[in-house]
Design a protein around this ligand. Structure first.
Ligand code: AMP
Length: 282
């Protein structure tokens, strides 16, 4: 596995691959790999001749009060895990390489997709994501890129940007990978104290509860939201950021649950760990 740190170098490598007629799948990540990341890498390997994994804790998608400095990092462990999955290149640039002095361009996606859900409490987050993913696409020129459904709003924003800007990359989604108890895997789960683990399960259990109630005939998202909020707050140290029932493509709020409705949740645990989860209700 090659480790490439310079944007110009990955660009040259990608051109060589194209010349040789080899297809490329890109898996963008912020590192601290878990089974979710590895599943995306395996999916990438099934779909293309060469897999590039980018590892970049992108500063522009973190707000001033967020966990950029504290975000978990372990390059050696990540390197070994990616190598174990047959990844061709681990592209791990530094911030100065991605954003040299004078960098002035931002890709913004319409507020209809970016102002609600996570965007409501993370202003500028999706502009940071869209800009870095656009840069990664230009550097790696992948045939396809894999994104997890765990970051459901991110996936929608990336699909929109890729289509609007004719980036020519196939966007492939991967289902949420969960721990045996239902907790969606996340690098941020390492922040959870042992006694907060049960509270972290409030998200996946709330989705299961919504499914049960919808199957029993409750379709009003207003009523479901009240029930789910009480349910989540019955777990210690939980604060709901949002409980939203949205249309899976437009992200617009739905009044009634139907087959296109996704329930998206963000909950803060113990005053500092912000977890997200989502799922279809019907
Ligand atoms: P991150 O390193 O958290 O930015 O995640 C990198 C990619 O892995 C994103 O496309 C995420 O959506 C995806 N991902 C993270 N956790 C999971 C998970 N539990 N299941 C599926 N995909 C995931």
């Amino acid at each position: 596995m090659l480790i490439i740190r310079q944007p110009a170098e990955i660009s040259a490598w990608a051109k060589e691959q194209a010349k040789a007629g080899r297809s490329i799948a890109l898996v963008p990540t912020m590192g601290f790999f878990h089974e979710g990341h590895l599943s995306l890498m395996r999916m990438a390997a099934r779909r293309a001749d060469a897999v590039v994994v980018s590892l970049f804790v992108n500063p522009t998608q973190f707000g001033p009060q967020e966990d950029l400095a504290a975000y978990p990092r372990n390059f050696e462990r990540d390197r070994a895990m990616a190598e174990g999955e047959g990844v061709a290149v681990l592209f791990a640039p530094d911030a100065a390489g991605m954003y040299p002095a004078g960098f002035s361009t931002t890709v913004t996606v319409s507020p209809e997709l970016t102002d609600q859900l996570c965007g409501a409490s993370r202003p500028g987050h999706f502009a940071g994501v869209a800009t870095v993913v656009c840069k990664l696409f230009q550097l790696v020129r992948p045939d396809l890129a894999i994104f997890g459904e765990k970051d459901f709003q991110q996936l929608t924003v990336i699909r929109r940007m890729t289509s609007d800007l004719n980036l020519g990359v196939e966007i492939v989604s991967h289902p949420i990978v969960r721990e045996a108890d239902g907790l969606a895997m996340s690098s941020r789960n390492t922040y959870l104290l042992p006694q907060q683990r049960e509270s972290a399960l409030s998200l996946s259990r709330a989705i299961a509860l919504a499914r049960k109630l919808a199957a029993e005939g409750e379709r009003s998202t207003a009523k479901l939201t009240v029930i789910l909020r009480d349910f989540i707050h019955s777990f210690p140290e939980t604060v709901v950021y949002y409980i939203s029932f949205v249309h899976q493509h437009t992200l617009q709020e739905a009044a009634e649950v139907d087959a296109d409705t996704v329930l998206a949740l963000a909950v803060k645990i113990g005053g500092r760990v912000r977890l997200i989860d989502n799922g279809r209700v019907l």
